[in-house]
Design a protein around this ligand. Structure first.
Ligand SMILES: [Fe+2]
Ligand SMILES: [Fe+2]
Length: 292
């Protein structure tokens, strides 16, 4: 079947639009007065250096500070990714005029992504910390998929599932292990994952409907690309760069970058946290791993 004639899961789109209709702005819903820098912003086990012997001997205030910087880095990467989704949705409006159900759902998705990005900006402003500028143009493969993969192609929807699932897994982890974590962060993660559940189910439906027609040569081509894509997203969301460690008071940052990369606990955490996502792909013949 030519890719521009791939089936559109209109029923699902209509159902998701109905769930999205009672929209409430997350910035207005969150009780920002509860934001505190005297609490963790990530569960301690979700910090990149957790388990590293040198890190574990540092005072708790330092470890807490790093959790705050890492969460800010996580949402800053979210801004980049959501910007890419919104760009694609906006561009798709030119093509979807004939399918009003799909258009309506995509506009709901764009409104929700806009809300997430505004919520991220609010936290960034209130944190009082200014993150060093991270050049996301370096994430070439993710940018290529996000910007140029044909909107109706299997590659685009696989990349979308990966891009939405990888950060979503940390939101779920924060929600499940949120005791002792700043309530604003838990609330943000919860609001985000409720919307993302709809985005992911739509993207998965689009992916599944195209997987049936996948040829062997396409699978061979996609395998290494998806492997690299996962590693790029994991790098952006879960492995801070040297300047971030230094912003949190860990000098020299480059040493802590290599400690995080060698941190066995971190690798295990990533494999475990992303297990449900990786399984989706493994079961469909794409043997992906969280780390290189
Ligand atoms: Fe989002
Ligand atoms: Fe999303």
């Amino acid at each position: 079947m030519p890719r521009n004639q791939a089936p559109m899961p209109s029923e699902l789109a209509a159902h998701l639009s109905r769930s999205s209709a009672p929209y409430r702005d997350p910035v207005a819903r969150i009780d920002w007065d509860r934001l505190s820098i005297r609490q963790y912003w990530l569960p301690p086990e979700a910090v990149s250096l957790h388990g590293d012997p040198q890190f574990m001997t540092r005072p708790e205030a330092d470890r807490m500070r790093l959790s705050q910087v890492e969460f800010l880095n996580f949402i800053e990467a979210g801004l980049w990714l959501e910007g890419m989704f919104m760009e694609r949705i906006a561009r798709s409006m030119r093509q979807e005029r004939h399918n009003l159900t799909a258009l309506k759902y995509r506009l709901h998705e764009m409104r929700e992504e806009t809300g997430h990005s505004l919520m991220f900006l609010e936290l960034m402003a209130r944190s009082g910390l200014s993150l060093p500028h991270r050049r996301h143009s370096q994430q070439r493969l993710a940018n290529l998929f996000g910007r140029y993969a044909p909107l109706e192609s299997l590659g685009f929807w696989m990349a979308t599932v990966i891009g939405e699932e990888i950060p979503d897994r940390l939101n779920r982890y924060i929600r499940q292990h949120g005791r002792g974590v700043c309530p604003v962060v838990v609330e943000m993660s919860t609001l985000h994952l409720i919307d993302e559940a709809r985005h992911i189910s739509y993207a998965r439906e689009m992916m599944e409907s195209r997987l049936a027609a996948l040829h062997g040569w396409q699978r061979q081509l996609l395998r290494p690309l998806l492997r690299r894509l996962v590693h790029q997203f994991v790098g952006v969301f879960y492995y801070p760069d040297a300047r971030l460690y230094e912003l949190a008071g860990f000098f020299p940052g480059a040493d802590w970058v290599s400690r995080a990369k060698q941190n066995r606990h971190r690798r295990e955490f990533m494999e475990q946290c992303l297990h449900p996502t990786l399984e989706i792909f493994r079961q469909r013949g794409f043997p992906l791993t969280a780390c290189k």
